[in-house]
Design a protein around this ligand. Structure first.
Ligand SMILES: [Zn+2]
Length: 98
């Protein structure tokens, strides 16, 4: 892990901590917007350390195709689940009921 970037991230996070300590009911909107900028800077630093952001929540296919309707946003796993479901329904249909 890049030592220099890690130091940057540490500084950014400590700054956010200071913002947190300084928060009061009278904190002006401008200050909150400044905090927002500093949060985004910290997120950018985290992204630089972790590499590209995963596209899905699937641990097996983090950079696979996205299906917004899937619980883990993974099209590959969702396709497997749909096929399994169809197979299950078909098999149930074939099972004679008495
Ligand atoms: Zn998947």
């Amino acid at each position: 892990m890049d030592h220099e970037q890690l130091l940057h991230l540490g500084r950014a996070l400590r700054l956010l901590g200071e913002h947190g300590d300084a928060l009061t009911r009278d904190t002006p909107r401008e200050k909150l917007l400044e905090i927002r900028t500093d949060i985004n800077r910290a997120l950018d630093l985290v992204d630089r350390l972790t590499g590209p952001r995963p596209l899905t929540d699937c641990p097996q296919h983090p950079y696979g195709a996205v299906d917004e309707d899937a619980p883990d946003r993974c099209l590959i796993c969702q396709t497997h689940r749909r096929r399994a479901e169809e197979r299950r329904k078909r098999e149930m249909g074939w099972t004679p009921t008495r």
